[in-house]
Design a binder for this molecule. Structure first.
Ligand SMILES: Nc1nc2c(c(=O)[nH]1)N[C@H]1C(S)=C(S)[C@@H](COP(=O)(O)O)O[C@H]1N2
Ligand SMILES: [Mo]
Length: 380
């Protein structure tokens, strides 16, 4: 059960010694509520992943990734424009958007730089630990329905999503302020897992998560899920914007030639929520190792844990049913932790038989960090 701030404050106010309140909360979840600030301006916040305690990430714990400062939007004046290679250009109010067929989708988001702090040598970019990932219920309309209304021309190849936030990039210097924008090939844009949402976990989308309307692109890294959506441009040539030709690219080998390519789908990955680094574990007592695993457009097929630094592996239990484009929680009972220092590791395998790599592939630059991460603990 999630620990609400109110419960925490209520217990504290009831004059229970704070130490015992904290101990009790930690017994349920080792992390107290709240996010970790990674950058003050623009605001970048991550969840404390050690506090993972449910399939859905509460809105106020859900990470925030901003490249520019949050735009101020007057919803009454706001319009969504759909233009470019369409037969019927549109300008929709939020109410117009809501008139289309309303869909609910459970989809997770992960920043392509999640886990960057674990790269050696230290990499450029926001130094996320494990918390730039979350899973939510979204309410909106499919991008496909919006595109159908605009009647896309047969010459179209991609759909560019443009946000209302703008800023100047220093390195390399941008031609003045540019907007955050990303494109989707038409094929992905028309998939049912791509929606334009105004509700997150049953609540109005908050300004930090992209109000009044944002894209959520299931199975792809977070940069595709453009917030504060203001314009959809259907194009007849692949888009080469900053956030997919310079930022958010990796080297794909074409006949041995490394070629900068836009990052898209999330490869298989798992993260250990508990224990965390340097946690002290009681010897001889069963310890429940918990975490989450995900696989982008595929499913998680197998989850394995090692409590001896990767020498031997045992299968962990996947909880519940697989929900497409969401993470899957897992648990592993470590029956008899033996005294000493040891390393816990987790490794997921997806439905295509692909497992997490041992090491970070340098072709991925400072993105797509999915290699197995060791968690060192002390058993006493
Ligand atoms: N307009 C706009 N959309 C954006 C971004 C942004 O900076 N501006 N950041 C992207 C990135 S890199 C990620 S990981 C997700 C994060 O969504 P969240 O802040 O709601 O968690 O939003 C994406 N959409
Ligand atoms: Mo991101």
């Amino acid at each position: 059960m999630p620990i609400s701030r109110r419960r925490f404050l209520h217990a504290a106010a009831a004059a229970v010694p704070l130490v015992s309140v904290v101990t009790r909360l930690r017994a349920q979840s080792p992390a107290l509520p709240g996010r970790i600030t990674r950058m003050q301006s623009p605001v970048n916040l991550e969840m404390n992943f050690a506090g993972l305690n449910g399939f859905i990430t509460p809105n106020d714990l859900f990470y925030v990734r901003n490249h520019f400062s949050q735009p101020k939007i007057d919803v009454a004046a706001w319009r969504l424009k759909i233009e470019g290679a369409v037969n019927k250009p549109l300008e929709l109010t939020l109410d117009d958007v809501k008139e289309l067929s309303v869909k609910r989708r459970r989809l997770m988001l992960e920043c392509a730089g999640n886990g960057r702090v674990y790269l050696t040598p230290a990499a450029k970019g926001v130094n996320w630990q494990l918390g730039a990932v979350g899973n939510a219920d979204w309410t909106g309309v499919t991008l496909a329905d919006v595109l159908d209304r605009a009647d896309v021309k047969s010459s179209a190849v991609e759909v560019v999503l443009e946000g209302a936030d703008t800023g100047v990039i220093a390195d390399p210097q941008s031609p003045g302020p540019i907007a955050f924008a990303r494109s989707l090939p038409l094929e992905k844009a028309r998939k049912p897992e791509v929606i334009l949402a105004w509700h997150m976990n049953g609540m109005d989308l908050s300004p930090e998560h992209g109000a009044p309307l944002r894209a959520v692109v299931g199975g792809w890294y977070g940069m595709a899920s453009v917030k504060w959506l203001k314009r959809i441009v259907v194009v007849e040539q692949p888009f080469q914007g900053f956030f997919q030709s310079l930022d958010y690219t990796y080297f794909r080998r074409i006949h041995g030639l490394p070629s900068l390519t836009a990052i898209t789908a999330i490869p298989v990955k798992s993260q250990i929520a508990r224990p965390s680094q340097d946690e002290i574990i009681e010897s001889g007592k069963p310890y429940k190792v918990v975490g989450a695993a995900w696989a982008g457009e595929a499913d998680v097929a197998k989850m394995e844990i090692s409590v001896d630094g990767g020498k031997t592996w045992s299968e962990a239990a996947l909880s519940g049913e697989a929900v497409p484009f969401c993470w899957r929680l897992w648990t592993f009972m470590w029956k008899e932790p033996a005294k000493g220092r040891t390393t816990v590791m987790a490794r997921a395998t997806d439905s295509n038989g692909v497992s997490q790599p041992r090491d970070h592939d340098p072709d991925r630059r400072n993105y797509m960090i999915t290699h197995v991460l060791p968690v060192e603990v002390e058993v006493k």
